[in-house]
Design a protein around this ligand. Structure first.
Ligand code: EPU
Length: 431
């Protein structure tokens, strides 16, 4: 746990050039964990959750639940026992909530538990506007009124009743928040044009194991029949799709040969297809993927899309990879309007990338070079680490707090694959 609370002033020093070799085990899914941990409050009982990633977002959630009256233990680094019997508050502590995006799931959870909730504005990665209108639409469909307060949102429903909601775009967060409240609403709720990401299915499986009645998760129509009570359960979270993909791209980019274990290959189809198009070999096993990089990879075009399309969370490491592929790649970011901030850092390393609005055009170069670069958000961190691994010379990567939010021991996993990466104190940390 201490390892996940690292000092902010640390940096990675990477000496590029080593092809990654060997095997790496993926941790549990961050974006499933951040929904499932608060969801444990929906039962007045004990939930035991396994295969959790040991990352800062999980530690922050543990602290939030504890300060709300839950008794939370971590018997191992990857498991958590949550006893929610002592939780009586429908308000979440503001200071902690603003440290992460997914704390807004407490709105759905507390609305389901108490018929009302007050939660501060969530924090999280700065990757463009991240409105809440669809979450609000979901709560309103359940008979709730939503008020914007000076610090966040106050939601209340008397009674909380099932309803139908149509999402204009399939928002992951709004689908999850609506599910979290609807499992305890009176009657049936239908979510139309729901998000289909693997962690939506994982959350639905967790809630069903607690006694909820959710059908259709993983399709674009989810039906939920509210129940009066939910009970405790034991549950293991799915492997992280984005961490799996990050290591796959790193294997391809370094011309390595890496087996990524504890993975679900089915979740990786969009990425596997693109890596093969660029010339890598991808072998799928039951619970692993092996990527054998091609020494002269080719450019590919990509458009990020909701699942099962190419995930926006892999756009950043993929662009770093394509910076050295032969030819011109065109990337269209269709989920977020400003998820290219890290490109400036890649330019400083010698990449040739032009960004106009949501499109990035990458002209592959023969070499990129080590530089001192700053991480702007979680997946930008993955992109810059990848760039350091393929750059000539030494790369210094600052602001590791973004990476520590979402990747468990990334430098240790990379060292085991033969990378030359060290975490050191950052004496020249940028402001
Ligand atoms: N949107 C709205 N209104 C809303 C909600 C979303 O217009 O009320 C828009 C957003 O502005 C965005 C799009 O819909 O353009 C997608 O947003 P979505 O709600 O699907 O994303 P999210 O729930 O905020 C989750 C992940 C993100 C991941 C996206 C897309 C968590 C905690 N976060 O965010 O993960 O990029 O889904 O897959 O699950 C990351 O892990 O690095 C990360 C940013």
């Amino acid at each position: 746990v201490r390892a996940a609370r690292r000092h902010m002033s640390e940096k990675f020093v990477i000496k590029g050039g080593a092809p990654l070799q060997g095997s790496v085990t993926v941790s549990g899914a961050k974006n499933a964990a951040v929904a499932i941990i608060p969801a444990a409050l929906l039962s007045r009982d004990i939930c035991f959750i396994e295969n959790l990633p040991l990352i800062n977002d999980v530690i922050v959630l543990r602290d939030i639940l504890t300060s709300m009256g839950a008794v939370v233990d971590m018997p191992t680094a990857s498991s958590m026992k949550i006893d929610a019997r002592g939780v009586t508050s429908w308000q979440a502590p503001y200071e902690q909530v603003r440290r992460m995006r997914a704390s807004y799931y407490l709105l759905g959870v507390l609305l389901g538990c108490f018929g009302k909730a007050e939660v501060g504005m969530p924090g999280g990665c700065d990757i463009g506007l991240r409105p809440m209108d669809l979450h609000i639409k979901g709560f309103e469909a359940l008979g709730a009124t939503v008020e914007r307060t000076s610090e966040g949102y106050y939601v209340q429903a008397d009674p909380l009743v099932g309803g139908e909601v149509y999402f204009d775009s399939p928002s992951v967060g709004a689908t999850i928040n609506t599910m979290l409240a609807a499992v305890r609403a009176e009657g049936e709720t239908t979510i139309v044009n729901a998000a289909k990401e693997p962690h939506i299915v994982d959350l639905a499986n967790f809630l069903n194991t607690m006694g909820a009645s959710i059908k259709g998760a993983g399709t674009d129509m989810i039906r939920i029949t509210g129940v009066e009570q939910m009970h405790g359960c034991d549950y293991a979270i799915i492997p992280d799709q984005i961490e799996t993909g990050t290591f796959m791209i790193m294997a391809a980019a370094t011309g390595g040969d890496v087996t990524v274990k504890n993975a679900i290959p089915f979740h990786m189809e969009a990425l596997s297809a693109k890596l093969m198009e660029a010339g890598s070999e991808v072998v799928e096993g039951e619970d692993f993927l092996r990527v054998i990089g091609n020494p002269s990879p080719k450019a590919v075009n990509i458009k990020t899309m909701p699942y099962p399309g190419f995930p926006t969370d892999l756009q950043q490491p993929m662009v770093a990879y394509l910076s050295r592929c032969q030819g011109a790649s065109i990337i269209t970011e269709s989920i977020y309007e400003s998820r290219y901030r890290y490109v400036d850092e890649l330019l400083r390393m010698g990449a040739n990338i032009r960004v106009a609005d949501r499109v990035a055009v990458i002209e592959g170069v023969d070499k990129i070079y080590g530089a001192s670069v700053n991480i702007s958000d979680l997946r930008a961190g993955a992109a810059l680490i990848l760039a350091g691994l393929i750059a000539e010379g030494e790369t210094h990567i600052h602001r590791l707090r973004h990476v520590d939010r979402g990747y468990q021991s990334i430098e240790k996993k990379l060292q085991d694959l033969g990378a030359n990466i060290e975490r050191v104190e950052d004496l020249d940390a940028p402001m």
